[in-house]
Design a protein around this ligand. Structure first.
Ligand code: ADP
Length: 310
């Protein structure tokens, strides 16, 4: 930069050298020689250009030399639109982008049901692709939450985008919402804010099975992954089809946390297997199951264990 500032001086010197116009031929020759000298000096100072405050910053000397000596590189084919971004995306940005795209694609199919999933959908509820097909419809979530004692502590073990946690919180329960996917936790937190219950829910990013030994609550709500929308393509859904662990493992983990458990399961679940879960306790837990509907559509089976069973 110091060199660059020197340039206007060079320009000024040249200007003063030129000012007294020569009158004779020898003076003319001296003038030509002076101009040549100045030109040579300028060449030696190549890279120093007069910089007006508004000009773009000078190109570094080394780069300018390269430009001057090398033949111009063949220009690459114009990038297609998708290739245009110059800065490479960070992996998490790419993931988020892909997740948004997937959510939009899935939303098309489930769009008509958006208000049955979240009645406040139009206020800005957000979902990812899984949320669209696996969130518990709001009316069902509200009916399940109605079994919980107000002011009790509820653990929502597979919280997803927050549908169940929100309904428990709306009933006045304190909720610990455990979810393994941090992006879903962000969506759930956002949705809880829309419902005005964010302060009632403690969101935890983590694996329920790892956290379970350290947790205590009055009630555990379990809506473990059913295995995606293909769950109903089998005539009988058995508990070993639940992911990531079978229904017995999920139930046993929950039993150590609370004496009351609510499980939301596929409508084709083997109900005798579900009832057997209550016998894992000694004495056996009270048990009740109900078919859960939304607008006369059979959505799933809710199983109640312990005091929440009627
Ligand atoms: P499916 O569509 O197969 O029913 P869900 O989307 O209902 O699956 O799964 C419920 C949620 O449980 C998902 O948001 C998923 O990220 C979450 N989840 C899966 N495994 C665990 C785990 N070990 N601990 C906590 N959350 C989990």
């Amino acid at each position: 930069m110091a060199k660059a500032r020197a340039t206007p001086k060079v320009a000024r010197r040249r200007a003063s050298a030129v000012r007294p116009l020569p009158s004779g031929p020898h003076r003319f020759l001296r003038l030509v020689a002076t101009i040549r000298k100045i030109t040579r000096r300028r060449r030696r100072h190549r890279g120093l250009t007069a910089v007006s405050p508004s000009s773009p910053p000078p190109v570094p000397v080394s780069k300018r030399r390269q430009c001057a000596t090398r033949p111009p590189a063949p220009s690459p084919p114009p990038p297609r639109e998708a290739e245009t971004p110059q800065e490479p995306k960070r992996p998490e940005e790419e993931e988020a982008h892909a997740a948004d795209a997937a959510a939009v694609a899935v939303a098309g199919k489930y769009w008509a049901h958006r208000h049955s999933l979240f009645s406040l959908y139009d206020r800005g509820v957000r979902m990812d692709a899984e949320g669209w097909y696996s969130a518990t419809p709001e009316a069902i979530a509200a009916a399940q939450a109605a079994r919980a004692a107000p002011a009790g502590l509820v653990l929502d073990a597979f919280a997803g985008v927050g549908g169940n946690s929100i309904q428990f919180a709306a009933r006045g329960c304190y909720v610990v919402a455990v979810e393994i996917d941090p992006r879903k936790v962000e969506l759930a937190r956002h949705n809880a804010r829309i419902y005005g219950v964010e302060d009632m829910i403690e969101f935890v990013v983590g694996d329920f099975f790892l956290l379970a030994p350290y947790l205590k609550a009055d009630l555990v709500f379990l809506s473990p992954p059913w295995g995606g929308p293909a769950y109903n393509q089998t005539p009988v859904y058995t508990l070993d089809m639940l992911k990531p662990k079978d229904g017995h493992a999920v139930f046993q983990a929950a039993q150590k946390i609370a004496p009351n458990i609510i499980m939301f399961l596929p409508r084709n679940v083997d109900i005798s297997q579900v009832e057997e879960l209550s016998w894992l306790s000694s004495p056996p837990l009270d048990f009740e199951s109900e078919e859960s509907y939304v607008q006369h559509r059979f959505k799933g089976i809710t199983a109640y264990f312990g005091d929440v069973a009627r």
